[in-house]
Structure formats: C-alpha cells, structure tokens
Design a binder for this molecule. Structure first.
Ligand code: NAD
Length: 480
C-alpha cells in the first residue's frame, strides 16, 4: 500500500513559529494573544456564469473565496490575492498573518491581510477570469473589505497586473467620487496607475536579501561557503513572477549560476548552468521548461527531486509545504531562501537547522513586493510619479558641480561620463534604491536581534516583528 503523506497545516506551522518566537518579545500574554489572532475573516460563496467546456452551454458555478485581515493595528491592511485550487480559510489566515509580520519587518505601516479564490486559473478563459475577479471585488466592496484606507490587495500566486487592473476598474466604477480610488489595489500595470519596478520587486528583493545573507563572513563560514553571491549555485522551484525575476536578477547582477529549476509539469538540472532568459523563451515557444537543451529532466511526478539536488542556495518560489519531514533530511543546499510563503513546515525546519542549513525566512525575504506596493500606494495618494519634482533640479545641480570641476582642473570630462554622473533619478531608480535600502536595513535589524539572543533567523524575524506590532498596540493606545 502506498505511504500516506500527511501534509502539515500551514496555519499550524505559522502558529508554531509564533510560539517559538513569543518568549523573545518581552510582551505579556494578553497582548501576545491579541497579536496572534486574525481580526476579521470574510468567507464568501458567489455565483458566476461559466461555459461548460464539453456542451458549450452556460452554467452557474459557485466560487469559494476569502479575505482575511490579520491585524488592524495599522490601516490599511495589505496583502495579495491568490488564485489556486488549494485555497482554504486556514491557508488565507496563515498568509494574512505572515503579511502583518512582513510589513513590520520592512517598516511598512500596514496591517496584514490576504485574499484567496479557490480556482485553478488554467481552467478558465480570460473572460471568465475577468468575471470572477470583478464579482469577487464587488463582494469585497459590499462588505467594506477593500479601499485605499481600509484594505489594499496586490498580486500573489495565480494573479498579476491584469487582475489588479480589473479590481481597480470595478472599484472605481462602484466608488466614482473617490479621489484616491487608484490606491485601492497595488501591483497594477504602469499604464493603470501602477509603479515602475513593481512586477520585479519580490524577486529583486529576494536577490538583495540573499546578497545580505551571503555577505556575512561568520554565517558563511558556518555553512562552509565564502562570502559574496558570485559563483554560487542556485536551484529555483517555481518559474512564475517571483522565481523568474529572482533567477534573472541573481544571474545578471549577482553572477550566480542557476543549476536547477522546478515547475509544476517537471524539473530540469544542468550542472554547467541554465540561462533563465533562455529558459523562459524555451517555455514560451514549446510550452514547458523541460525542453531546455542538454538538461537532465524530471517528470511531473518526480519534479520535487529538484529540491534534493546539490546546490549552495535553494529558492522555493512556488507554494507552501514543499519541504516537510518527508524530504528535509535529503536537502543538500547550504542556504534556503524562502521566496515563497511557508515552503518549510515547522517540524522540517527543526531537521534543517540541526543539519546546519541557513534559512532566510519568507517574512523577510519576500517582503520586496509589499515594500514596492507601499511605494505604489503612496504614489497613488500623492497623484504624482516619484522624481517628477526633483529630477531636473538634481540633474542641473550635478552638471553645475561637474562644470565647476572642469573649470578648476582645466580638464574636460568625457561627455558620456558627464551625462551618466549628472543624471537625475527616474521613478524606477528611486524604487530600486528604496527597495535595496529597505532590504539591507531590515536584514541588519533581524540579524542584530538574532545575534543578541543566539537564535535562528526565522525566530528572530518573528520576534522582532511581533515586538514592533506590540509596541504599536501600546503606543497607539489600541490595547487596553
Ligand atoms: P506565480 O503564480 O506567478 O508563479 C508560481 C509558479 O509556480 C507557477 O509558474 C507555477 O506553475 C509554479 N508551480 C506550481 N506548483 C509547483 C510545484 N509543485 N513545483 C514547481 N513549480 C510549481 O506566483 P508568484 O506570484 O511567483 O508566487 C510564488 C510564491 O511567492 C507564493 O508562495 C507567493 O505567496 C509568494 N509571494 C509572491 C509575491 C508577489 O509579489 N507575487 C510576493 C510575496 C510572496
């Protein structure tokens, strides 16, 4: 008889991490109990007309969906919307909880939330997905679960800019006089009040976070690696939004060698390196990553073997519960960078820590998305793109300074160099700079906390976040 695999409950995993971190916060039991729970849970079932693929007839399908606001200590609440067949209330609660800690860690002044619609987007046409998204948004508006000062969704697994544009359009149609309507959702296309650099933000943040981890000599020595990203081997599970940008940016800016990639329909391993740009092209043209030339291919059933292949950095960027006690002992990576939310169960984490693996946790590592979402929301509320006021002024001042240097030294600066040095910052430059600064600073805070208490990085990140939320509760006078 086949072995029955017990899938750990994601929310229980998050609760276990909370329990482990709580003693390091110094907060009393009542406050901890308040921080721990989800403040509002909205479960919806709504009907949508869908065409039967066999008969061609229109039929009504009842769709199950959720929006969970974990913490109202800061408003609006913020968190993505997931489209997946695995969505259930506990999954959305776990993801909403992580959002609160994530926002605290990167000092983004929001409470955490998350949404989920229980569908596999691959089973629906674009028109049907639009109908489902608009109906879901309508339900959120009806119950006051969306708005620039209430709750601001964003993309997550199975959704992207297209869905965010539908959400915005539905919202503004229902709230025609709301001047800040564009701030009701982030991750919108740039042409629909989005911000440059949001699509790549989570993957870029993952790269910056891993770069911080790899810069620490003591930590690298402990896992038997030298400092720096250059030359390190990486395996990525999931070539969606987060995984693909983590791959391309790590290769282009960090000189990392990606040796393995996993997808839902199979996985590939190639010791000499996989070019991610080329891999994405191969998938576009042939429909699957498994057609990448020269690679060892794993079938759909064996796709998770890729997690067990040798590499320096393993980046799970698909879904939760990918590393459990079933495979934790077989992991050969020295560092695991959690680009996905909850890829490691709490009991698997104990096994990995005993093996001496450095885990850079989701609540910190994938916070680049919400950081740039915060920038987008600020842009929407200010009704102006970043850099508009100061770009030309900075450029002119820098040109003046360089011309003064030319006069003083009697030497001409190469015009191309002058143009580069004196360039004023565009929106995308400011977004990247803000993201890099955030990931670097936040790493410093949690690493400091970790060293002070001599604990693992996830426990430090959780404790640091819970303490900040607790301080907010007390300082803002919300807690009796
Ligand atoms: P996505 O839908 O763009 O991509 C996910 C990819 O994973 C898809 O290509 C899918 O085919 C693949 N996949 C699914 N099951 C798989 C399996 N068993 N093995 C290998 N690959 C599999 O989703 P995303 O936005 O990239 O999100 C991925 C993870 O990152 C999720 O856990 C999400 O919560 C987290 N995250 C996303 C963002 C964001 O800004 N999009 C921000 C923070 C965290």
């Amino acid at each position: 008889m086949a072995k029955q695999i017990q899938v750990p409950n994601f929310y229980t995993t998050v609760e276990n991490f909370f329990e482990k971190a709580a003693p390091y916060t110094g907060l009393d039991a009542g406050l901890l109990a308040q921080i721990r729970v989800c403040n509002s849970i909205y479960a919806i079932q709504f009907p949508v007309e869908i065409q039967n693929k066999v008969t061609g007839k229109m039929e009504v399908k009842v769709i199950e969906a959720y929006r969970v606001q974990h913490s109202h200590h800061r408003l609006p609440t913020k968190g993505g919307i997931r489209y997946s067949n695995n969505v259930d209330q506990h999954e959305v609660m776990a993801l909403a909880t992580l959002m609160s800690y994530k926002c605290a860690i990167v000092h983004v002044p929001f409470g955490g939330a998350k949404g989920g619609v229980k569908i596999n987007p691959r089973d629906y046409t674009e028109e049907e997905l639009e109908r489902i998204t608009r109906r879901y948004t309508y339900e959120l508006v009806r119950r006051n679960f969306i708005g620039p000062s209430i709750d601001v969704p964003a993309p997550d697994y199975g959704t992207g800019g297209r869905e965010m544009a539908w959400i915005y359009d539905t919202y503004r149609t229902l709230k025609e006089n709301e001047i800040d309507a564009a701030g009701c959702v982030t991750g919108k296309p740039v042409a629909v009040y989005g911000i440059q650099g949001r699509t790549e933000a989570t993957g870029r943040g993952v790269y910056y976070g891993l770069r911080e981890a790899c810069a620490d000599e003591h930590d690298m020595k402990k896992v038997g690696l030298t400092t720096g990203m250059a030359g390190k081997t990486m395996i990525i599970q999931g070539m969606g939004n987060v995984g693909s940008f983590t791959g391309t940016i790590s290769q282009e800016e960090g000189d990392v060698k990606v040796v393995g990639v996993g997808e839902y329909d199979g996985a590939i391993y190639l010791k000499s390196g996989i070019n991610i740009e080329k891999l994405l092209k191969v998938r576009d043209e042939t429909g699957s990553i498994t057609n990448y030339p020269g690679a060892t291919v794993y079938s759909k059933e064996d796709r998770n073997k890729i997690l067990e292949m040798p590499c320096d950095i393993l980046v799970p960027a698909a879904l939760e519960n990918q590393i459990t006690t079933d495979n934790a002992n077989k992991i050969k990576a020295k560092i695991i960078g959690e680009a996905a939310n909850g890829p490691i169960s709490s009991s698997a984490e104990e096994v990995l820590l005993k093996k001496g693996i450095l885990i850079v946790p989701d609540v910190y590592l994938n916070a680049g998305g919400v950081t740039v979402s915060y920038f987008e929301w600020l842009k929407n509320l200010s009704h102006m793109r970043f850099g508009r006021m100061e770009k030309r002024f900075n450029q002119t001042s820098q040109e003046r300074l360089l011309h003064a240097m030319e006069d003083l030294t009697g030497r001409k600066i190469d015009p191309e160099l002058l143009r580069k040095v004196a360039r004023g910052a565009d929106e995308v430059d400011l977004v990247r700079s803000g993201l890099e600064e955030t990931m670097s600073r936040s790493y410093g805070f949690i690493h400091e906390f970790q060293k002070k208490h001599n604990i693992d990085m996830r426990t430090a990140a959780f404790a640091y976040a819970i303490k900040l939320i607790g301080d907010d509760y007390q300082n803002l006078g919300i807690f009796p």
